[in-house]
Write a protein that binds this ligand. Structure first.
Ligand SMILES: Cc1ncc(COP(=O)(O)O)c(C=O)c1O
Length: 419
């Protein structure tokens, strides 16, 4: 068997023009803001430009630009189906972003529910997978049950989840990974428990998708959502819905719509860019993943995402080890290297005596871009007692970050704490 080539981060970085940005200290900027949205490779920029140059037309016309536009749109559905492991491109629906897709599908699911029904959401989730459902529940007279976390390692309290499931449960909305603290949830197990009580499952994979392979059929989820702008693509949301579940849901649509769940004129240029982003990830697999059968897009995407997992685990291990050695730093979430597979490389910290915004500003001035606050994981940050303290500081690694950038960030944090 041919050996898997070493992950060449510099070769991949060369594809991302924005990574060449020079910071105030004349050094390249360190982008640790990935969980808020990643940078994009040149081919994504080119695909968006090419769409406007050569393919710009509305859907369904009898002329060449419309036909080309339809072909790009169809191929993008097929590519995202391969990325997520869906059985058919028809199970992929593009929309403005994850939040809007969730509100939209929530209206459809809500139409099947009423008083006496219950839904389950979690404290670990982004509000787009919590308050969206709470709004639907308030509309329909449905009861909401919220699963707590275990405070010590900021993981979902599975026993609490169990206690909230019953035959009245109609939907379990859960994150694949936390966008704030990086915890990966045992989604296959949670979906199985939801199905046992007859509930639908809705998995928010926005924070997981840039960091690992997804297999919606193995998880057996009814729905899974993600956003291309978190995985090196343009601003676009993508929803997977199991064909038979989508078919039996009522759809809120205009009468002549081409699709029951994709409403209005699509963001064609973003769809073209999303196709290019899947192509990039596929190339990562071809170049640095375990060998697969050629021309098998799904296999190459899985190989790419698996190579990314391996690389990122080393990187986040280095970051966490450095942070643990630093006095005055509290890491929120899993820190045990033996549990590396239970987290994505999104690490949130509190620094003694330093407000997260002040720390982010000072890091920003040092050319290190990080987010502070609650990142819309509002319930979690409240639960951690950090809401009145400006939230936390989030160091978000993705596969284009390097060990040298981790070291530079650790040094910058150390001098922040010392000063
Ligand atoms: C875990 C998670 N879910 C949902 C969202 C919302 O996604 P969108 O911006 O596509 O609506 C985000 C955005 O940060 C997120 O991190």
């Amino acid at each position: 068997m041919p050996a898997t080539p070493a992950f060449d981060v510099e070769a991949l970085r060369a594809e991302f023009p924005s990574l060449a940005r020079i910071g105030p200290d004349d050094r390249p900027v360190v982008f640790l803001d990935g969980p808020g949205g990643t940078q994009v490779p040149q081919r994504v920029i080119d695909a968006v430009t090419a769409y406007f140059q050569h393919t710009n037309a509305n859907a369904g016309g009898a002329f060449v630009t419309s036909e080309l536009s339809d072909a790009v749109t169809d191929e993008a559905h097929a590519a995202v189906a391969d990325l997520l492991g869906a059985g058919s491109p028809d199970e992929i629906k593009f929309g403005y972003n994850m939040s809007t897709l969730t509100l939209h599908i929530g209206r459809s699911i809500g139409a099947t529910l009423g008083p006496g029904d219950e839904i389950v959401v979690t404290t670990l989730d982004h509000e787009a997978n919590v308050s969206t459902w709470e709004a639907m529940a308030a509309d329909r007279g449905v009861t909401v049950r919220k699963v707590d976390i275990r405070e010590d390692d900021v993981t979902l309290d599975i026993e609490d989840l169990e206690s909230k499931l019953n035959p009245r449960t109609k939907l379990v909305a859960v994150g694949y990974a936390s966008n704030a603290v990086g915890t990966i949830n045992p989604v296959a197990e949670i979906v199985a428990r939801a199905h046992e009580v007859g509930a639908l499952s809705y998995v928010d994979a926005v924070a997981y998708a840039p960091h690992g392979p997804i297999d919606v059929r193995a998880i057996d989820t009814d729905f899974l959502v993600c956003s291309a702008y978190k995985w090196f693509g343009p601003h676009l949301g993508a929803l997977y819905g199991k064909a038979d579940v989508l078919d039996r849901l009522p759809a809120f649509k205009v009468r002549p719509a081409h699709d029951r769940f994709e409403t209005g004129t699509a963001a064609f240029e973003s769809i073209a860019g999303t196709l290019a982003a899947t192509d990039y990830l596929r190339d990562v697999g071809r170049r640095f993943g375990a060998p697969t059968s050629p021309r098998d897009r799904r296999a190459e995407l899985v190989a790419g995402m698996t190579a990314i997992v391996d690389y990122e685990q080393g990187l986040v291990g280095r970051l966490i080890a450095g942070l643990r050695a630093m006095p005055g730093v509290t890491i929120h979430g899993i820190t045990d290297p033996a549990r590396a597979a239970e987290r994505v490389p999104t690490v949130s910290v509190s620094l003694d005596g330093l407000h997260p915004r002040a720390a982010a500003e000072r890091l920003g001035r040092a050319g290190i871009f990080v987010w502070d606050g609650d990142f819309y994981a509002t319930g979690l940050i409240e639960r951690l007692g950090k809401a009145e303290h400006g939230g936390v500081l989030r160091l978000g690694l993705v596969h284009y970050n390097t060990a040298a950038e981790v070291d530079r960030t650790l040094e910058a944090l150390e001098s922040l704490i010392r000063s």
